[in-house]
Ligand binder design. Structure first.
Ligand code: ADP
Length: 240
């Protein structure tokens, strides 16, 4: 696709969203029978599955930690998830995303409860349209909770970007491609603690503050959706 002349026209983005609007979000918990916990997330055209196994004994043994569990994350994009077939198997990008996903989730998991164990988190991107790492983190956090893994809190994730000089929430594919800045963030929304912050491009100090603010707002909405999904699945009524 050629670069469109403008990515924002009359205050609206190419897909009709306002700058501070998320793409359509859908979250389901417990979608896989064989996993201990699982979740499915759609964020716009992104379709992502997360499966959690464990805690279980860590193999190989030399990867065991004597005083805590290891959170092992694997982010993978299906060959059919993008326009041109993606070569199967790990690559630099998926290794990086697996690492930052682990680091985004580790702070909320009570790993110290399970010495010498492993908690496996598999993230499978079925359809990709920019923002798959954030969708994967949102799915993985719900899947961990669905697996009954003790957690201090929830992690929610969204990207913010700059397109045509405007700070936008949750960039879509064209905005990611043609915009000047992309900043994926994960956080513990209730505490406003950031567990992932990456940046591709530049922000001025003022823009960075504005972007962070927008990311907080986006993560709060995502957190509400994650919470609602888990509450509905486990039929917990407000006030119980
Ligand atoms: P994220 O998906 O977290 O935004 P990137 O910024 O690396 O991560 O990727 C942006 C988008 O580029 C992806 O969501 C996907 O739509 C596309 N993309 C990534 N890797 C490939 C690939 N190997 N082939 C085609 N498209 C890809």
């Amino acid at each position: 696709m050629e670069k469109p002349e403008k990515l924002i026209v009359d205050g609206k983005r190419l897909d009709g969203r306002a700058p501070d609007e998320l793409r359509q979000l859908k979250i389901e918990a417990g979608v896989l029978e064989r996993a201990d916990g699982s979740a499915y997330v759609e964020l716009g055209a992104n379709k992502v599955l997360a499966a959690v196994y464990g805690p279980r004994e860590m193999h190989p043994r030399h990867h065991q930690q004597p005083d805590m569990a290891v959170l092992r994350c694997r982010y993978n994009m299906a060959p059919f998830s993008v326009d041109e077939r993606k070569r199967p198997g790990p690559d630099r990008r998926s290794v990086e995303i697996s690492k930052v996903t682990r680091e985004a989730l580790e702070p909320v998991v009570f790993l110290e409860l399970y010495p010498r164990s492993v908690i496996d988190v598999f993230i499978e991107v079925l359809q990709a349209e920019a923002g798959t790492r954030t969708a994967g983190i949102n799915a993985a956090a719900v899947a961990l909770a669905d697996a009954g893994i003790p957690m201090r809190d929830m992690v929610s994730s969204v990207a913010v970007g700059k397109v045509d000089g405007t700070i936008v929430l949750d960039p879509a594919k064209d905005e990611d491609q043609w915009g000047t800045t992309d900043m994926p963030i994960a956080m513990i929304p209730r505490k406003k603690l950031i567990t992932l912050l990456q940046m591709d491009g530049h922000f001025t100090g003022e823009e960075f503050k504005q972007a962070l603010d927008l990311a907080f707002k986006g993560c709060e909405q995502i957190y509400e959706a994650q919470r609602r999904t888990l509450m509905e699945k486990y039929a917990i009524k407000q006030g119980e």
